[in-house]
Design a protein around this ligand. Structure first.
Ligand SMILES: C[S@@+](CC[C@H](N)C(=O)[O-])C[C@H]1O[C@@H](n2cnc3c(N)ncnc32)[C@H](O)[C@@H]1O
Length: 486
C-alpha cells in the first residue's frame, strides 16, 4: 500500500500525519482527515471510503477527537466518535467456542460488548452474530494466526472480515487515554495516584495544574469507589508527616476507612500520616513478633505496627507526637478491640523513651517476651537513637545481663548515598556511639524517589549503650553462656 496517506511537509510534522516514513502512523483516519483539511493537504490515496480493513490497524484508532485537546472543564460528550472495527460473522451455534478461541484478538474496551447483532434478517437456522475484533491485532484476513485460522476452519466460520461502525464514548476510554488527549501534546500524562479508602491522592506536576479539576474528575469517573480526589500541595516535611491537600473533585470528606493486612483503620487523612506503600513493611515487622512480646512503637502514627502487634498477642506501648494521630490510634485500638493491650502516649519520641519507656523497660526486659522498639520516622529516627545512651543507668546485674534480653530495634531512615546500607549503619553507629559491625542487618524498604531509598536497620541494642558501664568491666563467663543459649 501507499507508504503515507498524506505527505508530510517536514519531518517535524510527523506527529500530525497518519503515516510517517520514520515514525509509523500516529493518528486515526478521522483525525488525519481533520488535520489534513486544516493544513490544506489533499489525500494521495483517494479510495478512502469505505476504508479497507488494513487501514483499521491504525494504533491511534481509539484516540479521542482532537477537539478535546486543551479542555479544562470535562465535557464527556466531546469524546464521542464513530470508529470502524473489523468483525467476524459467526453462527450463534458455535459463538461461545469461537469467542473463546479468538479471545486474544477480540475487541476489549471498557463498556463495549464484543458480540453484537449482525443487523441481518434472521433466516432459517442460519442465525449469526458479529464478533468484534481488535483492529490493532487484525488488519485483514491474513492477520489470523495458525491457531485462530484452525479454529475458524473447525467451526465453519468464514474468515471474511466485516466492517462494523462502533460508537466510542468517554465511558469506553481509559483515564490515561482521556488525559493524553486533553493535556498538551508531548507532556507527561501521569494519572497515577495512591488510594487511601475512598480518597485518590495525586501529586500533580506544574504543567498539569491548569487541568487539575478535569484530572480529578476523570480519576473519579474511572475508578469505582473513589469519591474524592486530592492533590498534595506541599512536600512532606511537616513535623507530623501529613500533607497539605486540595480537593480536586468529589466530596471533601477526609475520614478514610482502610484495610491493611486484614486490619481496619480509620483516620482523617488530611491530619495524620498514612502511606499505603508501607503495608509490606508493616507486615514484615509484625511477622517477626511472637505472642507475649513487647512492642515500643516510638512514632506509631494511627497504629499500623501497634494494632496488628496487639492482635498478635503482644503488649504494646505506642506513642505519637501528633495529637490527631494519637486520637486515631486510640480509636483504631478500640475499633480492633485491642485497646486493653495497647497503652498510648502523646509525647515527643525522646520524652517517651526517657519517661514511660525507661520506667517500664527493666521490668519488661526481665519478662518472658522479647522487647522490640519500632522507630518509623525515616527523616529523623536515626538521630533519636542517641536517647538510648545510658538510658537505664548503671547495669543492675553488674555485667550479668543477658544480651538476648536487650531490645531488638527496627529503625528507619532515608538514604541518598551510593551505598545506603553502609550509610545507615554509619549513622546509627554515630548516634549510638558504638560500632554495630557484625551485629546489625539492613534492608531496603522502598525506593522513595530517584536516588532516595527508605531503609531499615535492625539490631539488638548493645548493652554498653543502654547501660552506663564502667570501662574496667570485662565480659563475664556467665554472660557468654547466656549468649550461647540464644
Ligand atoms: C512516618 S510516620 C510513621 C507512622 C506509622 N508508624 C507508620 O508506619 O505508618 C511518623 C510519625 O511520627 C510522628 N512524629 C513526628 N515527629 C515526632 C516526634 N518528635 N516524636 C514522636 N512522634 C513524632 C508523626 O506524627 C508521624 O505519625
Amino acid at each position: 500500500m501507499t507508504a503515507w496517506l498524506f505527505r508530510p511537509r517536514a519531518h517535524d510534522l510527523c506527529s500530525s500525519v497518519t503515516f510517517c516514513m520514520s515514525c509509523g502512523f500516529t493518528l486515526s483516519l478521522q483525525e488525519c482527515l481533520q488535520v489534513a483539511d486544516s493544513l490544506g493537504w489533499s489525500p494521495l490515496w483517494q479510495s478512502f471510503s469505505p476504508p479497507p480493513l488494513h487501514a483499521m490497524a491504525d494504533p491511534g484508532l481509539y484516540r479521542p477527537p482532537p477537539a478535546v485537546r486543551g479542555m479544562t472543564v470535562l465535557d464527556r460528550e466531546a469524546f464521542t466518535q464513530m470508529i470502524h472495527v473489523p468483525a467476524l460473522r459467526v453462527p450463534t451455534t458455535v459463538l461461545n467456542k469461537v469467542v473463546k478461541s479468538l479471545k486474544k484478538i477480540a475487541l476489549q474496551r471498557p463498556g463495549i460488548k464484543r458480540v453484537v447483532d449482525d443487523g441481518q434478517p434472521v433466516g432459517g437456522s442460519g442465525q449469526h452474530r458479529l464478533l468484534l475484533l481488535d483492529p490493532h491485532c487484525v488488519a485483514s484476513a491474513e492477520s489470523f494466526g495458525h491457531e485462530e485460522t484452525a479454529a475458524l476452519t473447525a467451526f465453519g466460520v468464514s474468515p471474511e472480515l466485516h466492517r462494523y461502525e462502533l460508537q466510542l464514548t468517554y465511558e469506553n476510554l481509559k483515564s490515561e487515554e482521556v488525559l493524553r488527549a486533553v493535556l498538551p501534546e508531548g507532556q507527561d500524562v501521569t494519572s497515577g495516584f495512591s488510594r487511601v479508602g475512598h480518597i485518590a491522592h495525586m501529586n500533580l506536576r506544574d504543567h498539569q495544574l491548569p487541568y487539575k479539576s478535569l484530572i480529578g474528575q476523570v480519576i473519579m469517573d474511572k475508578n469505582p469507589g473513589v469519591t474524592c480526589v486530592v492533590n498534595k500541595t506541599n512536600t512532606i516535611d511537616s513535623t507530623y508527616r501529613n500533607f497539605q491537600m486540595e480537593v480536586l473533585a468529589g466530596e471533601s470528606n477526609m475520614v478514610a476507612k482502610v484495610r491493611e493486612n486484614g486490619v481496619l483503620y480509620e483516620f482523617d487523612f488530611s491530619r495524620v500520616y498514612w502511606n499505603p506503600r508501607l503495608s509490606t513493611e508493616h507486615e514484615r515487622v509484625v511477622s517477626l513478633l511472637r505472642c507475649g512480646d513487647i512492642v515500643l512503637d516510638v512514632f506509631a502514627g494511627v497504629g499500623p505496627f501497634a494494632i496488628p502487634a496487639a492482635r498478635r498477642g503482644c503488649v504494646v506501648l505506642a506513642n505519637d507526637l501528633n495529637p490527631e494521630a494519637h486520637r486515631w490510634l486510640q480509636h483504631n485500638a478500640r475499633l480492633n478491640k485491642v485497646d486493653a493491650a495497647i497503652t498510648t502516649f502523646n509525647l515527643d519520641g525522646r520524652e517517651f523513651l526517657r519517661g514511660p519507656a525507661r520506667e517500664r523497660l527493666p521490668g519488661l526486659m526481665r519478662g518472658p517476651g522479647a522487647v522490640h522498639v519500632v522507630m518509623n520516622l525515616p527523616a529523623l529516627a536515626l538521630d533519636f537513637l542517641d536517647t538510648f545512651r545510658g538510658l537505664l543507668g548503671p547495669e543492675p546485674d553488674q555485667g550479668l545481663s543477658c544480651e538476648a534480653t536487650m531490645p531488638q530495634v527496627h529503625c528507619y531512615g532515608f538514604s541518598k548515598e551510593d551505598d545506603p546500607q553502609q550509610d545507615m549503619v554509619q549513622r546509627a553507629e554515630a548516634s549510638l556511639g558504638v560500632s554495630l559491625q557484625g551485629r546489625c542487618s539492613v534492608h531496603m524498604v522502598r525506593n522513595v524517589a530517584p536516588n532516595k531509598e527508605m531503609m531499615c536497620v535492625n539490631f539488638r541494642m548493645p548493652r554498653e549503650v543502654l547501660y552506663t558501664i564502667s570501662n574496667s568491666e570485662e565480659p563475664s563467663p556467665k554472660r557468654q553462656r547466656c549468649e550461647e543459649t540464644e
